[in-house]
Design a protein around this ligand. Structure first.
Ligand code: ADP
Length: 498
């Protein structure tokens, strides 16, 4: 970057950098630099300009965070559940109060339009509120006569120190889903946010400090993912890892956790089908697809990746969809249009590669089809039809604003194609036939199903996948269980004298 650009970048950030944007990591209740003093630059995807730095940490700093977590854990798990819940609720409340500022931070580092960033902050906060209400209701069980002469008591105990490794597409929601239940049930957590989006996680640590979170209970580490990950996975003191990210890295972390028999919760990739049957309300289906697909520029693990319409409604659906997508406005996230830039160079390259490959192999271009005239990592909202089977976009997540639309002849074919993937995270379909609705919901091999519905995320429901999309759930009481162990105490049954 030349001098002039540096000056401009500095000015750009000085105007926009919010007070909550911390440029140090948070360990054992202290804001710290890396032992080496090294930092890494964070850039704004809209301008590709430097918006700040965070410490480039590795294994040593991670070891210190783990030691602090072990000590904080001992006290925190003894704090009465309602007191823990009160702090968790206050943190959620503070996030809502600071939503505007948190949203600016998220947009600056991740690129999404400001209104979507704000929605994500409020959505993330809802996990803190939900778990604050839910955790004090955890109960155990007593079986006085299940086994002759024995009194069987089962309690739920916090699993211990936990680690969270999170991705860049939802920098607050993915942290909230892990941190809120962990804190609420009595666990410490070490958070390693994605390298490109650390500032929102650091801002949460800052807010946690403000609500009186004990030192060491939350640490946020920035830096070398592999070195931090190696320490977190190999430490016997870390009893559980909650990860959201790619299947490839999830597989590696799962294997690494085996050495210390750590519990894992893995939210991995998807390849969501979206089926539109001949009896569907087509406008509702278009709206559902717009919601599911174009949020966060399509960089969503549950975004539909394979859209299939019955051949009798295919043309009509395509035309209605084209009309809607053509109205989408594109611009820097801070300008708050419908679509921002893609968040990383890697993702921009992947989207471009997928579309180019599909077109070269004979797909039909309906709309868009390449980088946006704004340049940088902006990409045009795109529709392709008849993408040949075997193209990358039919079997991998494209993670961009690209709809690949194909047709099916009957229900059997639709289901077979939808399930023909090693993934099973989310699936969507639209029909107005009640019997079919039940049948399809039943047969889709997927952890989550949107039946005439394009927005499925809520703290009250278990978020997660089957097959190679993951292990475990986030949200709801299922998400709470990930951070708990069942402890069984056996006593001789004392029978009362007559
Ligand atoms: P994405 O494709 O969304 O970037 P990744 O799986 O590469 O997904 O990244 C998700 C998270 O996993 C990020 O926080 C990233 O830094 C982290 N990560 C990547 N490689 C490793 C690793 N070897 N050990 C621990 N964490 C890692």
């Amino acid at each position: 970057m030349g001098l002039q650009e540096n000056i401009e970048a500095g000015a750009h950030v000085a105007v926009k950098r919010p007070a909550l944007m911390r440029q140090q990591a948070f360990i054992a209740g202290h804001w710290c630099d890396a032992d080496s003093g090294e930092t890494m630059a964070i850039i704004d995807p809209a301008t590709q300009r430097n918006i700040g730095h965070v410490p480039l940490m590795g294994g040593e700093e991670t070891t210190r965070a783990i030691a602090a977590a072990v000590s904080a854990q001992r006290d925190w798990e003894r704090v009465p559940a309602r007191e823990r819940a009160a702090m968790v609720a206050r943190l959620g409340q503070l996030m809502v109060e600071q939503a505007d500022e948190l949203a600016v931070i998220m947009t600056l580092e991740q690129g999404k339009p400001l209104h979507q960033a704000r929605q994500e902050v409020v959505y993330g906060a809802s996990y803190f509120k939900w778990y604050a209400a839910e955790a004090p209701r955890i109960t155990g069980a007593v079986h006085p006569v299940a086994d002759p002469g024995k009194h069987i008591e089962i309690t739920k105990i916090p699993i211990g120190v936990t680690a969270a490794i999170t991705p860049w597409n939802f920098p607050i929601a993915t942290v909230a889903r892990k941190l809120a239940p962990a804190l609420a049930v009595g666990c410490a957590q070490i958070v390693k946010p994605a390298p490109t989006t650390p500032f929102t996680a650091l801002a949460i640590a800052h807010l946690a400090e403000r609500v009186g979170c004990p030192a060491g209970l939350i640490s946020v580490l920035t830096g070398d993912a592999a070195a931090i990950g190696a320490e977190l996975t190999s430490s016997a003191d870390v009893r559980m890892l909650s990860f959201t990210g790619s299947t490839a890295i999830g597989r590696k972390l799962y294997a690494d956790c085996a050495s210390t028999i750590k519990k894992v919760a893995l939210e991995l990739g998807g390849n969501a089908p979206f089926l539109v049957f001949e009896d569907a309300d087509l406008d509702a289906a278009v709206d559902g697809l717009m919601t599911a697909k174009f949020r966060n520029m399509g960089q969503v693990c549950i975004a539909p990746n394979r859209v299939m319409a019955h051949e009798s409604v295919f043309d009509d659906f395509r035309d209605r969809l084209r009309e809607k997508i053509a109205t989408l406005t594109v611009g820097p996230g801070l300008d708050d249009r419908d679509q921002g830039p893609l968040a990383t160079q890697t993702n921009f390259d992947k989207v471009r590669r997928h579309v180019k490959e599909a077109l070269e192999r004979g797909a039909t271009l309906v709309l868009g089809g390449g980088p946006h005239e704004l340049g940088g990592w902006f990409y045009q909202p795109t529709i392709l039809t008849d993408v040949p089977r075997g193209c990358s976009m039919t079997c991998e997540e494209t993670f961009g604003p690209v709809v690949a639309l194909s047709r099916f002849a009957n229900e059997k074919e639709a289901i077979a194609t939808a399930n023909d993937t090693p993934y099973g995270l989310a699936a969507y379909f639209y029909t107005s036939d009640v019997a079919r609705e039940r049948r399809i919901a039943d047969r889709l091999q997927s952890g989550m199903v949107g039946a005439n519905c394009g927005a499925i995320g809520t703290p009250a429901a278990p978020f997660g996948g089957i097959k190679q999309s993951g292990i475990g759930r986030e949200g709801s009481t299922f998400g709470l269980e990930e951070f708990l162990e069942a402890k069984y105490i056996c006593r001789p049954l004392i029978t009362a004298a007559d």
